[in-house]
Design a binder for this molecule. Structure first.
Ligand SMILES: Cc1cc2nc3c(=O)[nH]c(=O)nc-3n(C[C@H](O)[C@H](O)[C@H](O)COP(=O)(O)OP(=O)(O)OC[C@H]3O[C@@H](n4cnc5c(N)ncnc54)[C@H](O)[C@@H]3O)c2cc1C
Length: 478
């Protein structure tokens, strides 16, 4: 937890120059508790809260099922890398207010030279910065508040929540899903592990007690960043040996998403014809997600780390509390296995969307790729609009879907980025807030029309201000 100190002077000054937040301009609706409910109180949630406040949209609430700030998001739990994977100089939650940026925050505490010296942002410092941002901007998050069901109710939603485990219903007009990888679908566990007892394997998204792996032989499946991070931590925690198994013959090293990071492609991605975003997503899946070189170096620095290429697991069984795995023509045995196998996207797998998931337009509904580019997993990604809103499978049937704005990785094909990651903030947070503003405004157009044409406002001055200067024709004498 970070407290405000004199090092906040620059940030305070930046806010002062920005001026006061506008008043809430959104008219209250009877029986509706919130204009916007943000699900997820980590980086995405708190950034939206700041953006909505600056847009004069009030009655915004942020909920998070996590116990507290430290448990929310990935940074202090499931993320195990030493440094962020993204470059240090990306625009982020500061939303153009430089005094609120990571760089300004860091330099205020450690100096410009220290910032110049770091190549990427240390993970723990990023978590500290987000905590400072939330507290400095006084953004309240309701922790221990889980969304369990979204029930459409005409032009608003009933949100079924569990608050400290107790059911509660709240109503809202708009929803932003800032609920991360898990909210997009879930952790992907390969079928070969499904039959194993849960105490013998974990997914990298689980809270793993690495101390328990001291002296143990550990297998890691997968070869993207989280797999190498898990291997690194297991080795640093004293594992006897770690074997990492990759299906690929080489570790993925071509950063295809970075190729489209220039402003033209970044800014206009949503307008390119469907065949191209599909191809880009398909190509990314073919090429694979690249681990940063330092994640690989961290693991290979240990002589008891072993890399197996072209080595998918064929079978896995349990004998005397050990896992016996068949890989190609070899048989291995392990004490524990960690699936670093990523996440899947599928709205129909999310309990909170169950009322209407079958009405959400998916990429498979909107685009038929050529045979060689078919991909069942990509075909169930939602087909999102430019404001990240769900689209209707059958237009006109479920108009409320446009009021759910999805800011999690399920927007990957439609928007071309892992949504929620830092690179998605600069372009997409303003796009979503702009649409929320316009939808809320035009939903009450008659009220706003009356408001903007009203003369129910005190005049800036009365005629006495200029009365003395008004020309008075002289009356001729005699
Ligand atoms: C290991 C790892 C490393 C990463 N490294 C980087 C990186 O270096 N750079 C980068 O830009 N991105 C990185 N990412 C991507 C990353 O997830 C994000 O940048 C960041 O965490 C996104 O923030 P978020 O707030 O959108 O989602 P998250 O941080 O995932 O937070 C989602 C929040 O939603 C809450 N929630 C979920 N479901 C519910 C519910 N039903 N009810 C209430 N609350 C709910 C969760 O408790 C959680 O606090 C990494 C991801 C992982 C997993």
């Amino acid at each position: 937890m970070t407290t405000a100190t004199d090092s906040d002077f620059g940030a305070r000054e930046a806010l002062r120059l920005l001026g006061a937040y506008p008043d809430n301009w959104v008219p209250d609706h009877a029986d509706v508790d919130h204009n916007v409910t943000i699900v997820g109180g980590s980086g995405t949630g708190i950034t939206f809260a700041f953006a909505l406040r600056r847009a004069g949209i009030g009655r915004v609430t942020i909920i998070d099922e996590a116990e507290n700030e430290a448990q929310a998001g990935v940074w202090l739990s499931r993320a195990r890398m030493n440094k962020l994977r993204t470059p240090k100089n990306l625009a982020g939650p500061e939303l153009g207010v430089q005094g609120l940026s990571f760089q300004a925050w860091y330099e205020a505490r450690h100096g410009a030279e220290a910032y110049a010296a770091i190549d990427r942002i240390p993970r723990l410092l990023w978590a500290e910065y987000l905590s400072w941002y939330r507290q400095f901007l006084d953004i309240p998050v309701r922790y221990r508040t889980k969304l369990v069901r979204i029930e459409p109710a005409g032009d608003f939603f009933r949100l079924h929540l569990e608050v400290n485990g107790i059911p509660q219903v709240k109503t809202t007009r708009k929803i932003i899903l800032g609920n991360g990888f898990v909210g997009a679908g879930g952790a992907y566990i390969p079928s070969v592990l499904n039959q194993l007892p849960r105490n013998l394997y974990a997914h990298t998204s689980d809270a793993i007690d690495f101390e328990v792996l001291r002296g143990k032989t550990v297998a890691v499946l997968g070869s993207a960043a989280s797999a190498f991070d898990a291997a690194g931590v297991a080795l640093e925690s004293g594992a006897k040996a770690v074997h990492l198994f990759s299906r690929r013959s080489e570790i993925a090293s071509l950063p295809v998403i970075r190729v489209r990071g220039y402003p033209g492609a970044y800014d206009n991605y949503h307008q390119i014809p469907d065949a191209d975003p599909w191809f880009q997503a398909w190509r990314y899946r073919q090429v694979g997600s690249t681990p940063p070189p330092d994640a690989i170096q961290r693991a290979i620095a240990f002589p008891n780390f072993h890399l197996h290429l072209s080595a998918p697991w064929r079978t896995a069984q349990v004998q005397e509390n050990r896992i016996i795995a068949q890989v190609n023509d070899d048989v291995f045995d392990f004490d524990f296995v960690i699936a670093g196998t990523g996440y899947f996207v599928d709205p129909s797998a999310r309990p909170e969307l169950a009322d209407f998931a079958h009405h959400i337009a998916l990429w498979g509904d909107r685009h038929q790729p050529p045979v060689e580019q078919r991909d069942e997993e990509l075909s169930v990604y939602p087909y999102l609009g430019i404001a990240h809103e769900y689209q209707e499978k059958v237009p006109g049937n479920t108009p409320y879907l446009k009021n759910i704005h999805v800011f999690n990785p399920s927007g990957f094909i439609s928007l071309g980025l892992p949504i929620g990651d830092i690179p998605s903030i600069r372009r997409d947070v303003p796009a979503v807030v702009g649409r929320i503003s316009s939808d809320l405004f035009f939903a009450d157009w008659e009220l706003h029309k009356a408001r903007i044409t009203s003369d129910n406002v005190a005049p800036d001055f009365d005629p006495s201000l200029y009365a003395a200067a008004v020309w008075k024709q002289k009356v001729p004498v005699g």
